[in-house]
Design a protein around this ligand. Structure first.
Ligand code: UTP
Length: 269
């Protein structure tokens, strides 16, 4: 199974920070956000972690390249902990495919089709971090219990904030697993079918990749992953794993990125 990490977006919500620095390279406590995500992909049991990158965002690739001179310099100065950290980043096995134009998340995922073939695959959004690396393993267990169905992670959000998220409709199977009937993008607060928001971790059936092939631009003129998930729901079962709000952090807006840094610094202590 492959783990796809879409990281080719333009990061407009972070401008001017992201003129020269990719959003995914911004630090979250000790390391760039994308390093947490690559490590999570490697811990999931996936046999390959693939970053879907933009050709403008070479800094991501530089980060995961060995830097022997820097390591030697640090070792000569006795800075072994830093040398280890640099060496570790350069040793993480990761491959790349390119999204030539930021046409939306669904389009980015579709760029990974040559890698996933006809197997299920993970998608790890490049602007959500899960530092304990356990979520994908639990999602895979839910999928196996339900005949290989797609599974998406959802996080409870305050009812008055549901209009900011993609929200699921469905029924509870166990306290942490729901069977999904529909996905509703940013519903009005008084019409939301639940307060469970799509979080940014997906285990998807190969049918999703097929549906993305013919996907048309939706909201904002972008090819949306949610539209393909909606389409697959008409053909296949899909489940949600309900996660705890302390299990993962959104780092996709300046505010949430600051909050994630505070939380991760507190964990470090
Ligand atoms: P976002 O929509 O949060 O990222 O996509 P963005 O487009 O970079 O952000 P803004 O809205 O301009 O501020 C979630 C993830 O999907 C990737 C992004 O890099 C991010 O990690 N993405 C998004 C792509 O790879 N390609 C796209 O066309 C869009």
């Amino acid at each position: 199974m492959k783990a796809l990490i879409p990281a080719a977006g333009m990061g407009t919500r972070f401008l001017p920070n992201t003129i020269a620095v990719p959003k995914e390279m911004l630090p979250v406590a000790d390391k760039p956000g994308i390093q947490y995500i690559v490590e999570e992909g490697l811990a999931s049991g996936a046999d390959e972690v693939v970053i879907i990158n933009s050709r403008e965002k070479k800094a991501i690739e530089d980060h995961f390249t060995p830097h022997p001179e820097l390591v030697a310099h640090l070792r000569a100065k006795g800075k072994d902990a830093l040398a280890d950290a640099v060496e570790h980043a350069g040793s993480l096995p990761v491959s790349y495919v390119y999204q030539e134009e930021a046409l939306g998340l669904g389009h980015a995922v579709r760029c990974g089709a040559e890698k996933t073939g006809d197997e299920p695959f993970f998608v790890l959004l490049g602007d959500v971090i899960v530092p304990d690396n356990q979520m994908l393993i639990r999602m895979r267990a839910v999928s196996e219990e339900h005949g290989g169905a797609s599974v998406i992670a959802v996080m409870p959000v305050p009812q008055e904030e549901v209009n900011r998220f993609g929200i699921i409709a469905g029924e509870e199977v166990t306290p942490t697993v729901w069977r999904i009937n529909a996905l509703v993008e940013k519903p009005p607060v008084d019409e939301a079918p639940s307060n469970l928001a799509i979080f940014g971790r997906y285990l998807l059936s190969p049918r999703v990749m097929e549906l993305l092939e013919n996907a048309q631009p939706g909201a904002g003129g972008e090819i949306q992953l949610t539209d393909a998930l909606d389409a697959v729901l008409r053909e296949e079962e899909m489940y949600a794993l309900v996660i705890d709000p302390t299990e993962g952090y959104d780092v996709g807006t300046i505010e949430s990125w600051h909050e994630a840094n505070v939380a991760m610094m507190a964990r470090r202590k």
